[in-house]
Design a protein around this ligand. Structure first.
Ligand code: GLU
Length: 590
């Protein structure tokens, strides 16, 4: 018995060593590939401590942004007020990830009325958009770089309409007050961080439009160095207008006119976006999608996000399995990864903007998931799962989706002194979005979250095809979790393209099954499958995991998996906040 154990351990050790040698030997090739394929690169791990607070808390991707939110909470602002101040500063200090030129999903818990709402501020396609938008005239394959850095990729921004709607309903401080810190930071400047400098260097000056290039790079094309004080007077002017006149100033008048003008002369291909597309933008309040998991109610954003449905499917699929008390045991990982394959197969087939295609309601159906669960075998790994046949037959004709998703997003978690809470994931899609700047902010490239081809290989229409006014399918998963006693328990979410879903799942399972605190759950090595290979975070721990999973038949390779999980947990002793060690975020509170 002992001897078998020793041989198994030796095998695991040897596989680990082999994988490490393999990954270091491949470093150059991998670096180049990951630079092209995953612009949201890692900034190196920063050890972070669990932060405790009694009254209120903000967890966001940059210290200046988190402090801006905290300042508003201290001034008596609500969680929504603090979110607005945080978002505006993020636009400046983490410009690669989010801003007023992009979109967001915001979950808001109102403690007094015990009401959970989700705000959809996702970008929309222009009225003139057609399903073959990205396909070159000669029918050849669209090129990623030229499509992102073009007018075609830019959706009508939604962030400000969403924030304004939430502020009208739950704001406490005047709208203009929430802009003060961001205006001051744009005028006085902030020091360029290691991560921002690295991301600019990775991207290269030539990837940007001329205005953005002149803002983020010196005349020789070198990115501003770490510590450089970066001011943005143009953004200050934009903010002052919107502070004074409300979000309407972003949607009607000079700002939309400037956006449309810019897009007409965009590099690679102009856009057909009109000022009417912008003035017609509406943020929507939608019902959140919830799934009970081990008596916790896990709620998130429904379509056009695939986040909550996919997370809900995985949680319900794994619920009957005992994942053990020890984090990351091989049997537990195997079950989670197999469930992820099944859920991602359904995601690819059925999930899109529900206002345009009928997403089957039965995706979280008990009987359906029980039948899907039978596909999870204890000791064999699926190569690729096929989508199931959920109730509501109309959806079965959808084609397989080839949507490409990249990483460039931010998650904010906030609780105010009255117990109201916000979990918001906000994005301009790729790192630095379309890389075109107008009014001191970057425009998104969110439309590349649509399927690039409207039909699959068998000629079936893809649910996530481009249509006029439609919102591209997202993976953003702002999550609010309620404890078995029904009280607000946790807020979490992450950036990371379609890996957002697995990063968020890791955190939820880490906290509920393995009883980890907010920080330890964020620290946990990233792993998962998006119905392809087994993906694991590069590094010693990841290599160990890969070797163990290989024994169950899982095949994959270590990758940079730069999550940005920002979590708050409500405990009997107060609030606990955790910020992902892979980015520059912090938890702050009183
Ligand atoms: N645009 C992606 C989405 O909405 C998010 C990209 C990212 O996380 O970086 O799902």
């Amino acid at each position: 018995m002992r001897r078998t154990h020793f041989i198994a351990s030796l095998f695991v050790f040897l596989v680990c060593v082999a994988l490490l040698l393999h990954s270091s030997g491949r470093r150059n090739a991998d670096d180049i590939t990951s630079r092209q394929a995953n612009p949201e690169a890692a900034s190196g791990r920063i050890v972070k401590k669990l932060i405790r607070a009694k009254r209120h808390m903000v967890v966001a991707a940059h210290p200046l942004a988190a402090e801006a939110g905290l300042e508003i909470l201290r001034a008596g602002g609500s969680a929504i007020d603090a979110t607005i101040a945080t978002q505006l500063v993020l636009n400046l200090v983490e410009p690669q990830s989010s801003g007023i030129g992009g979109g967001a999903f915001l979950l808001y818990w109102d403690e007094k009325s015990k009401n959970l709402k989700s705000y959809d501020a996702r970008e929309t396609a222009p009225a003139a958009a057609t399903p073959d938008r990205f396909i070159p005239k000669d029918g050849s394959d669209p090129q990623w770089h030229t499509t992102v850095h073009s007018g075609l990729s830019v959706g009508v921004p939604g962030v400000l309409r969403g924030l304004e709607l939430a502020h009208k309903q739950y704001g406490r401080l005047p709208w203009a007050r929430l802009f003060e810190r961001a205006i001051q930071v744009s005028e006085d400047g902030f020091t360029v961080s290691r991560r921002l400098n690295m991301m600019l260097a990775n991207m290269g000056a030539e990837a940007f439009g001329p205005v953005a290039r002149a803002h983020y790079f010196d005349a020789s094309g070198a990115p501003w160095p770490v510590g450089h004080v970066l001011r943005n007077p143009q953004f200050s002017a934009t903010l002052k207008t919107i502070a004074r006149e409300g979000a309407a100033a972003f949607y009607v008048g000079d700002i939309p006119a400037a956006i449309v003008e810019k897009l007409k002369v965009a590099p690679n291909a102009p856009s057909d976006m009109t000022v009417e597309d912008i003035s017609g933008y509406r943020s929507l309040v939608r019902a959140p999608v919830c799934a009970m998991y081990r008596s916790y109610n896990v709620c998130g954003m429904g379509p056009p996000s695939s986040g909550a449905l996919t997370i809900g499917q995985v949680l319900k699929l794994i619920e009957p399995f005992d994942l053990g008390a020890e984090p990351l045991a091989t049997n537990a990982l195997h079950v989670i990864v197999e469930a992820q394959k099944l859920a991602f197969a359904d995601r690819g087939r059925y999930m899109a903007d529900h206002d345009y295609v009928r997403v089957p309601e039965g995706l979280l159906d008990h009987g359906y998931l029980a039948q899907r669960r039978t596909l999870i075998q204890r000791d064999a790994a699926m190569v690729k799962a096929v989508a199931g046949q959920p109730p509501q037959r109309h959806a079965r004709t959808f084609g397989r989706d080839g949507t490409i998703e990249r990483a460039g997003t931010s998650h904010v978690s906030i609780i105010d002194g009255d117990g109201n809470a916000v979990s918001m994931t906000t994005t301009i899609e790729s790192a630095f979005g379309s890389r075109m700047m107008v009014g001191g902010f970057l425009l998104n490239n969110e439309l590349t979250d649509f399927a690039w081809r409207p039909t699959d290989d068998e000629g079936r229409p893809v649910a996530n095809r481009i249509e006029p006014g439609k919102r591209p399918r997202s993976s953003m998963s702002p999550t609010v979790i309620f404890a078995p006693d029904g009280k607000l328990w946790a807020l979490t979410g992450s950036p990371g393209g379609s890996r957002i879903i697995n990063y968020t799942l890791k955190t939820i399972i880490g906290m509920i099954d393995w009883k980890l605190d907010a920080q330890t759950a964020a620290d946990l090595v990233n792993f998962g499958s998006r119905n392809g290979p087994f993906e694991v975070e590069a590094g010693l721990e990841g290599a160990g995991l890969l070797a163990r999973m290989a024994l169950k038949g899982h095949v994959g390779a270590p990758k940079p998996m730069t999550s940005g999980v920002h979590t708050i947990v409500v405990t009997p002793d107060g609030l606990e906040g955790g910020a992902d060690p892979r980015r520059e975020g912090v938890a702050v509170g009183d």
